[in-house]
Design a protein around this ligand. Structure first.
Ligand code: ADP
Ligand code: MG
Length: 204
């Protein structure tokens, strides 16, 4: 459904390190897609899928899958946060400890060029400019966007963190991670949206 009033652009971080990581992340994208006030661009909503080692955690944790998604929305920032937290809950997210393992994590990274800092919501996400696992995928779909408090582009921030040794990430799948497995040609259901040809090069 095309919503004429969809005039804000938001970028979401998406990650998982529990259970069937890819299936849960795809389910989250599908839930975003079916939300009446959230639109995923048909052609270029998602970055590639990355695998990353856990950062800043005390306990032993499984490696994460991470990516980023662009959405258009008529929801105000707090409503969008509520929507993504509801999707996390619906997909079985349980918060046992800060920075703990999670079936799904949806973070609001950027919302237009808004800066919000209160008890419930911090935008831009307070740690996004320090994290390779956010910046590398985000640079694929928002490289020229300017981080409103750092004053640098996402591509520049990604360059600054590229060499940090405490974080190991690698790209495991192109942007089709979003649709492959959701779309089953010949089995009745057409893909809800398809990645743009240019963003689907094979991982070398
Ligand atoms: P994190 O993703 O930082 O590890 P959680 O996913 O457990 O932490 O989120 C904890 C809380 O952070 C959420 O309940 C939410 O209210 C709050 N929060 C504040 N700003 C944001 C944001 N930009 N994106 C997502 N959650 C946020
Ligand atoms: Mg989160």
């Amino acid at each position: 459904m095309i919503d004429q009033a969809a005039n804000s652009t938001a970028y979401l971080g998406i990650g998982s390190n529990l259970g069937d990581r890819l299936a849960t992340m795809r389910a989250a994208v599908l839930a975003l897609h079916t939300h009446p006030s959230i639109q995923l661009e048909p052609n270029a909503c998602a970055a590639s899928l990355y695998e990353s080692t856990p950062v800043g955690v005390a306990s032993e944790q499984r490696v994460y899958y991470n990516s980023t998604i662009r959405v258009a929305t008529t929801l105000a920032p707090y409503q969008l946060l509520d929507a993504v937290l509801a999707i996390e809950n619906a997909l079985g997210r349980v918060r046992r400890e800060p920075m703990g393992s999670r079936t799904i994590d949806l973070d609001l990274l950027l919302y237009d060029d808004l800066v919000i800092n209160d008890e419930t919501l911090t935008v831009p996400h307070p740690r996004m400019h320090l994290r390779r696992f956010v910046l590398e995928p985000l640079a694929e779909i928002a490289g020229s966007a300017v981080h409103p408090t750092c004053g640098a582009t996402i591509a520049e921030l990604a360059g600054r963190t590229a060499g940090q040794e405490f974080e190991s990430i690698h790209r495991v799948m192109d942007a089709r991670w979003v649709t492959s497995g959701i779309a089953r040609p010949g089995q009745g259901e057409s893909p809800p949206f398809a990645p743009m040809p240019g963003c689907c090069e094979e991982v070398r």
